[in-house]
Design a protein. Structure first.
Length: 188
């Protein structure tokens, strides 16, 4: 299935290049559970003092409860990183084609992301560490970039359906920009 999706993506990308429109293309990748699986956990403490952990995938669909406290300290470093090969292959193809590529992460620091990319053999890429997991933050960063102008295509890769929905909401505000969202589902 993953190879099929990669082939489909490459085919669509080649067709897009041949149709080339004016303006530049902005490709945006999430980091955790999109490009890499890690052992990083979100440590949660309930108002009653109960402690439990969430993986990034669990956190992406978790409904926060009032009074809970969240500890994101695992995300200041890489904990047992494992590349998600099929999305890394897509990133490699896009980087080879040129154009603007950004890694947009909820992490509070870009250092572990740069470390992973360097270790994986990628050239230096722009990494934006938002320090906030609110989906509106990713949407707001993209909107800020769109307001600068010159973008004809935004392609957004993320594992969180909440982030995908937030970016999808930009379509009605920017009908002159083709906004494509790619919901990344990684199994195993």
């Amino acid at each position: 299935m993953k190879e099929f999706l990669l082939r489909k993506y490459i085919s669509e990308s080649l067709q897009e290049i041949s149709r080339s429109s004016s303006g530049s293309k902005l490709r945006i990748f999430d980091f955790d559970d999109t490009l890499v699986k890690t052992g990083s956990l979100i440590h949660v403490t309930s108002p009653s003092g109960e402690k439990f952990d969430l993986t990034p995938g669990e956190y992406a669909v978790y409904e926060k409860k009032p009074g809970e406290e969240y500890d994101y300290s695992d995300f200041t470093r890489l904990v047992d990183p494992e590349a998600i090969l099929w999305t890394n292959n897509i990133l490699q193809k896009i980087v080879a084609k040129g154009g603007e590529v950004v890694i947009l992460t909820a992490r509070g620091t870009e250092i572990p992301v740069h470390q992973f990319l360097s270790d994986a053999g990628f050239p230096p890429l722009e990494v934006i560490a938002l320090g906030d997991s609110n989906p509106a933050m990713k949407s707001a960063w993209i909107e800020k970039r769109l307001k600068k102008g010159g973008i004809s295509l935004v392609e957004f890769f993320d594992d969180s359906h909440k982030n995908i929905a937030a970016v999808e909401s930009l379509k009605s505000k920017y009908p002159h920009v083709k906004i494509v969202t790619r919901h990344i589902v990684h199994r195993g």
